[in-house]
Structure formats: structure tokens, C-alpha cells
Ligand binder design. Structure first.
Ligand code: HEC
Ligand code: HEC
Length: 400
């Protein structure tokens, strides 16, 4: 009998496994990229097609390259989450090895390293010989809940910026005003920016350098994968001087960009369970909520009605903050400086195992303690909490 017991246990365990496989426990809680509630069957199908395109690896014959970093979106945003793929950035530095030079013209092709070669390219975009550079990484950040970020009303972001400007402490975030770089999407329902239009509120990218999700999608296809689209019709400049790849002309259609943007726009903020009043109070008291603003209102005319005119619980202010020397990468993005970062939205943190732009923090507590610059007082407040309170605050953040 005793010998049978382990077998019986095994059988029961196997049965339990089979059960969970057939009938996954709430997909709402456990899946990372679920669509927002209330979509029609047709929209869910479109969402799934966009999801598939997000995971699709491209080949040289599809127009990959001449230079690229990875061959699919999901290589850097697995399950729409963080990494494992990453982007390496470089900055020309002074002899001390850290201070960025004011003149970055030695980096003739910009700050992004691109090692992947296709379509006859022979020279990767790497730190040039004889130039002292500092290389840092950016892990592909999570892309869930980004439709909400796009939907937030400009006036809300401006209001928070103005409120922070009046604060007596050091927390003063600023809007990253950017230029619309793309050929406009013929579909004007989400935005109507003209190419070259300035002063637009940047929302996407770790330094908030892009305003809209279709623009970011086109930017990612072009910059990370060497795939041109009607919004970004030309290949980026490269050391070999190549202007096209194996697929002549524009590589992807507008529909392709639109359906990937559709997918991104419709990913829900995962349902939050187990948030405690105590955790929330500590989140306020430690000033986390000043930058990680719990909710911002979305505009009433956002085309996705389910997320229009709601308080979106995004836990970001979408503002740039000087986060000090220890988090700085020295890389400027548009008007954003080397020490500035957009407040990371705290969305779905339970799905991740590394935190901050380069993934250096292996826990939420480590991420909090690494806050420097404008975030220093919050890290200090966290440090000063009792172990119980610290645990309650971490549990709150992990449940976001
Ligand atoms: C080589 C890795 C890599 C690939 C491939 C990649 N991304 Fe990213 N993605 C990143 C990194 C790194 C960032 C942060 C970029 C920045 O700071 O400007 C980012 C940022 C984003 C953001 C902004 C998130 C936010 O809230 O700031 C979106 C949206 C996004 N990517 C979508 C895509 C899509 C769509 C594709 C495929 C067309 C793609 N990415 C391909 C690495 C990648
Ligand atoms: C001055 C604004 C500011 C304050 C105050 C602040 N944060 Fe942050 N937080 C940021 C910025 C900016 C980042 C992104 C930094 C980076 O990636 O290097 C960030 C990143 C994070 C991350 C990592 C998220 C991720 O996806 O990797 C966590 C967790 C976090 N903050 C929690 C907190 C908590 C908890 C508090 C309060 C104790 C707090 N923050 C206070 C601005 C702030």
C-alpha cells in the first residue's frame, strides 16, 4: 500500500494538470495580453491577428534589414511583456568614460547599435573605432495597457505637470514635446498630426519620444527590424550606404502597421486583485503617487469607446524626470536628456522578473531603492519604513 501511495499521488497530480490544461484557471488573471472587455467578436479576431503579426519573425526576403536588431516584435516583448530582447545604446564620452560629450557627431549613425546584417549589408552599426563610447541597454519594456496611455487627455498630463511645478520638493516632471516624424497615417481616427508638426506630447519610449502607437509601430519596424512602411518609407542610414534590401521598395503595407497598432491599443490593463488600503496609503505617503499617478482621465473622443472618458489606472504621469546619475544612460532622445526617464507605468508588474529600463533590479524592492535624482526622497521614505510596511508597499506594487 505504502508503495502505491506515491503513484496515487502522481495520478492525482497528472489529472490536475490535465484539468488545468483543458480549462485554464481565469485567463483574465493569468494571461498577460488579454483584450479589453466588451469587444465584438470581429474586434477580438482582429486583435488575435495583430497578436500573431506581433509575434511574426521576418526574413531577408520579407525586407528585413539591411540592418536590424531582432526579427520580430515579440523577440523583445515576449507575451507583450519585458524582454528578453534588448536594444543597446551608445554615447560618446569624455576621457573619464562616463561624461557624455556635448558633440555626438562622432556617432555618425546615431546612438543605437544594430548588429544584425541582411540583404548584402556587411558593416554592423557598432561603436566606431577610435571613439570612446559608453554602452547601455534598454530591455524591451512591457507594452500592455498602452491604449490607455494613448487615450489620456493632453490636459490631464498638462495639469499634472503644472501641479508638480508648484511642489516644494524636488519632484518636477516635464512633458517631452516632440516632433511628428512620420508620414501621417491615412486613417485619421486616432490622430491628425502633420509630418514635422512640433510641440506634440510624447508618450511612448522610455524617454517619451513618440506620440502615438501607430507611429511607434512604424518606428519599431524601421529601427529595430529594418522594415519600411508607408509611414516610414526609407531605410535608416547605415555604414554600407545601402538604401534598400531584398524586398524592393516599401516592405510592409499600411494594414500591417494598423493591425499591430490595433493589437497594442486593445491590450487590457490586467485585472488587479489584492490591493490593500494600507498599501495604497503607503504608496501615497512615500510620494510614489506623485509620479506614478494612480489614474488619469482619457479623452472623450478616443475612438476605442471602452477606454474613452474613463479614469485610466496607469500609475504614471507620462512625464520625464531627472533620475540622477546612477540611472542615467547619457543618451539624449529628442529633447530628453541623458538623466531623464519617463515614469514607468506600473501595470502588470507581477508578470516580470526584472525591473527598470535595463532590468538591473531583480525585485520591486530593488527597483524602488534604485530611485535617484527626483526619485531619491521616495527611495529614502521606503528605506525608513518598518519591515512590515515595506512588505505591504511592495505587495501593493506587485499587485498593480
Ligand atoms: C530589439 C528589441 C525590440 C524590438 C524588435 C521591438 N521593440 Fe519595442 N521597444 C524596445 C525598447 C528597447 C523600447 C524602449 C524604446 C525607447 O526607449 O525608445 C521599446 C518600446 C516599445 C513601445 C513603447 C512602450 C512604452 O510605453 O514606452 C512600444 C509600443 C513598442 N516598443 C512596440 C513594438 C512593436 C510593435 C515592435 C515590432 C514592430 C517592437 N516594439 C519591436 C525593444 C524592441
Ligand atoms: C520622481 C518620480 C518618481 C517617484 C517619486 C517614484 N518613481 Fe518609480 N519610477 C520613476 C521612473 C522615471 C522610473 C523608470 C526608471 C528607469 O527605468 O530607470 C520608475 C520605475 C519604477 C519601477 C520599475 C517599473 C518597471 O516596470 O521596471 C517601480 C517598481 C517603481 N518605479 C516604483 C516606485 C515606488 C513604489 C515609488 C515610491 C516609493 C516610486 N516608484 C517613486 C519615477 C518615480
Amino acid at each position: 500500500m505504502t508503495k502505491l501511495l506515491p503513484l496515487a499521488w502522481l495520478a492525482a497530480a497528472l489529472a490536475a494538470c490535465a484539468e488545468t490544461e483543458e480549462d485554464p484557471p481565469s485567463t483574465i488573471v493569468n494571461a498577460v495580453d488579454v483584450p479589453i472587455d466588451g469587444l465584438s467578436r470581429a474586434d477580438i479576431e482582429r486583435f488575435n491577428r495583430g497578436d500573431a503579426k506581433f509575434g511574426l519573425p521576418f526574413r531577408a526576403v520579407d525586407g528585413l534589414g539591411p540592418l536590424y536588431i531582432r526579427s520580430s516584435c515579440s523577440a523583445c516583448h515576449a507575451e507583450a511583456g519585458r524582454g528578453p530582447g534588448l536594444v543597446q545604446k551608445m554615447v560618446a564620452v569624455e576621457d573619464d568614460g562616463v561624461t557624455p560629450k556635448t558633440d555626438q557627431s562622432e556617432l555618425a549613425f546615431g546612438s543605437t547599435i544594430r548588429q544584425g546584417l541582411a540583404a548584402g549589408a556587411t558593416t554592423p552599426l557598432a561603436p566606431p573605432d577610435g571613439v570612446q563610447v559608453r554602452v547601455t541597454i534598454r530591455l524591451g519594456p512591457p507594452v500592455i495597457g498602452r491604449g490607455y496611455l494613448e487615450a489620456i487627455a493632453d490636459e490631464e498630463i498638462e495639469r499634472v505637470e503644472a501641479e508638480q511645478a508648484r511642489r516644494g520638493d524636488a519632484i518636477h516632471g516635464r512633458i517631452h514635446r516632440v516632433t511628428f516624424a512620420s508620414v501621417p497615417n491615412p486613417d485619421k481616427s486616432f490622430s491628425d498630426f502633420a509630418q514635422g508638426q512640433t510641440g506634440i506630447i510624447g508618450r511612448f519610449g522610455m524617454k517619451a519620444r513618440v506620440a502615438t502607437l501607430d507611429d511607434f509601430t512604424a518606428d519599431a519596424f524601421q529601427g529595430d527590424m529594418g522594415l519600411t512602411t508607408p509611414m516610414r518609407p526609407t531605410e535608416l542610414r547605415n555604414p554600407d550606404g545601402l538604401t534598400d534590401d531584398q524586398r524592393e521598395g516599401i516592405d510592409l503595407t499600411m494594414e500591417h502597421v494598423d493591425i499591430v497598432a490595433f493589437y497594442l491599443r486593445h491590450i487590457a490593463i490586467p485585472r488587479r486583485v489584492g490591493l490593500t488600503g494600507k498599501g495604497r496609503a503607503l504608496f501615497e505617503r512615500a510620494r510614489c503617487a506623485v509620479c506614478h499617478v494612480p489614474a488619469l482621465h482619457t479623452r472623450a473622443d478616443y475612438p476605442i469607446t471602452q477606454i474613452a472618458n474613463v479614469d485610466a489606472e496607469v500609475y504614471t504621469d507620462l512625464l520625464l524626470h531627472d533620475m540622477g546619475e546612477s540611472l542615467a544612460d547619457g543618451v539624449s532622445d529628442g529633447d530628453a536628456g541623458g538623466r531623464e526617464w519617463k515614469t514607468a507605468p506600473l501595470i502588470g508588474l507581477r508578470f516580470y522578473t526584472s525591473f527598470l529600463h535595463d532590468g538591473r533590479a531583480k525585485s520591486v524592492a530593488e527597483a524602488i531603492l534604485a530611485h535617484d535624482g527626483q526619485g531619491r526622497t521616495a527611495a529614502d521614505a521606503f528605506r525608513a519604513l518598518s519591515p512590515d510596511d515595506r512588505a505591504a508597499l511592495v505587495a501593493f506594487v506587485e499587485a498593480l
